[in-house]
Design a protein around this ligand. Structure first.
Ligand code: 7JU
Ligand code: MG
Length: 215
């Protein structure tokens, strides 16, 4: 079986980054994907926005929708305070199969749990199967056409509390117009837009922060 791009990224990290050092893993994924092969990690420019919003939130329970190779999970886990945890949902088995060793190489496997499956089936099981009460921070970075339905599902399952922060990638490119419309007009969120660029490119993109106002 030929090696996938994601497997090549993992191999580059394992052969060049410092084991157990999440910052080194993040830097090496960015180095490979900016110099060798483009890949859909949130990247260094939008990663700095993620870091800033994450630090402001100082979350205890973090949910990520869309693991891919584990870049943003590692980026957030490196900032997680003691006793906190990050659950990341990945629908594609071949991506989860790369993210798992990537997260282990970074040394953050004790803080990060990869949940393989569809968000629409996993979100309703978070309280019962994964002992989640509510989530403080949600990074949304999976299929654009699931952003809105998954946001409504989080509300319906009682997983959001007053002040829970949603941060969504790619709201300009590839774009999530229905998500923007929903969070900006539903009356349940205070929204902030963070203009940026598509990772490793000069194409315009943006992230949207939506802070839940409570039921
Ligand atoms: O499918 C995606 N899931 C999550 N994040 C993405 C992303 O950050 C992208 F830039 C892109 C992207 C794909 C093709 C392009 F030409 C530009 C951006 C896609 C995704
Ligand atoms: Mg993205």
């Amino acid at each position: 079986m030929a090696q996938s791009k994601e497997q090549r990224i993992l191999e580059f990290v394992q052969e060049n980054a410092v084991k157990g050092d999440p910052q080194s893993v993040v830097e090496h994924i960015d180095k490979y994907c900016s110099q060798k092969e483009w890949a859909m990690n949130v990247g260094d420019e939008k990663g700095l926005i993620l870091d800033k919003v994450f630090k402001e939130t100082n979350p205890t329970t973090v949910l990520e929708l869309g693991t891919y190779c584990g870049y943003s999970a590692i980026r957030m886990a490196r900032l997680l305070k003691k006793g906190s945890r990050l659950l990341t949902v990945e629908m594609q088995p071949e991506h989860a199969a790369v993210a798992k060793p990537m997260i282990e190489f970074a040394g953050v496997q004790d803080k990060v749990q990869i949940l393989e499956g569809a968000t629409e089936t996993i979100i309703p099981s978070l309280k019962t199967k994964y002992e989640v009460d509510q989530v403080d921070f949600v990074f949304i970075d999976h299929f654009k056409n699931f952003y809105t339905s998954d946001t409504k599902l989080l509300e319906k399952c009682g997983l959001l509390k007053k002040g829970s922060v949603l941060l969504a990638d790619n709201v300009v490119y590839p774009g999530a117009p229905d998500f923007l419309e929903y969070v900006r007009t539903s009356g349940h969120y205070d929204c902030t837009n963070y203009p940026s660029h598509v990772e490793y490119s000069d194409k315009l993109d943006a992230m949207e922060k939506a802070v839940f106002k409570g039921n």
